[in-house]
Design a protein around this ligand. Sequence first.
Ligand code: ATP
Length: 464
Amino acid sequence: MENLMEKIVSLCKRRGFIFPSSEIYGGFSSCYDFGPLGVEMKRNIKRIWWDEMTKLHDNITGLDAGVLMSSKVWQASGHLAAGFADELVECKECHKRFKLDEIRQPAEKCPECDGVLTKPRKFNLMMKTFVGPVENESSLTYLRPETCQGIYVNFLNAANSMRMKIPFGIAQIGKAFRNEITPGNYIFRIREFEQMEMQFFVNSLINKKPRKKRETKRERNAKNWTPDDWFDYWKEERLKWYLDLGIEKDNLRAVEIPEKERAHYAKRQIDLEYHFPFGWKEIEGVHNRGDFDLSNHSKHSGQDLLYFDEESNKKYIPHIIETSVGVERILLAFLCESYTEIKGGRTKTTKAVKEVESVLKLDKRLTPVKVAVLPLVRNKPRIVKKAKEVYQLLKPHFTCQYDELGSIGRRYRRQDETGTFLCLTIDFESLENDDLTIRNRDTMKQERVKIEELVEIIKKKINV
Ligand code: ATP
């Protein structure tokens, strides 16, 4: 679709999904605030991911570590060394900057204007801060650039307190900060974002095993899987997650990253990429981090982070399979995927039939508002009163909106534009029969239902 990004940016601002940070002061570099609908959608994404990880998978527990940690963590993790730096080149002609790994070629020419590029320079992405009243070397620390380090340093705490047995995982959602040097593409690359990361600890002593052709679910969670088996398993699980939430197969791909382009810690790396209007881009990374993290934390902290396997009576440093994704980045992917325009209009009740109507065909689990309650007209006090009663009835159960402004057709369109799944209309008949109409966003079909059965009917329709 032409200008899809412009349309999404405009919709998000106009309808309360995303606002530029500090807007009244002219904005603030590559930071964004999430508005009333944006925050609901973000919460939906996080809840679905959290439930998937901690409820639907065996043996995964949660954690919420702090943004601030000892700076020693970042020494051990390699972030303070050259490891967490982007290499940047600048075009001498048009002065555009590029991350070296983005242009993925021996960078001699500017991809935009063919101009000559500068030699690559390294930039560390960590945001500094000071803890306590004195600003010196010893009070210096960093806002975390990824959430997973909080998991590694709590690995034994979580394992021991929950008596977790390998293979097991720890899931975490939280803020991360990166002083990106080439931010952009709206909320795709920002400086403050939320990550959803799951670190899965596996037996590193199992290297090879003959794979059975068909495996039952129980066998799938068997203890005899190699780290590579787990890596493949998590790649498939994560792909399924996106498809289940409505991403088209053709817009999603898994790209295995060759050794020389991998992150410094990764033995294997797969980028899950989405086909954004600005090209194929990573939305999630699946990494086999080997023993890199726990070995380094063990070495730097002097603490024994070995896992004792009671069955084999052996101690080892587990290997880690990681799935790592940014909430804002996939929110953008879901918006791009679901934005639909219908030319000529589909709402015949307004004069605006010749206009283009837009519908956000979000999965019902993702959509910010599930149900809108609309009195047919707002100058009939009995209808308005009944609509407000319905709204009060539904509020404790679903994310609802009450709207009485404008013609009913306009209100349907407003709700369609933000993806509201069901619209309920209270009309004259409702006063007689104690019922109302339910309109489905995608089919636009309307059916009359009794108000006393409403909560159960809606629960069924949106599967909650
Ligand atoms: P990129 O190459 O795009 O900078 P990365 O390879 O550095 O990403 P990881 O360190 O693997 O990314 O982070 C895991 C996930 O966190 C990414 O797939 C992405 O969804 C998210 N993420 C990372 N950096 C940002 C950012 N600046 N803004 C929004 N999301 C981000």
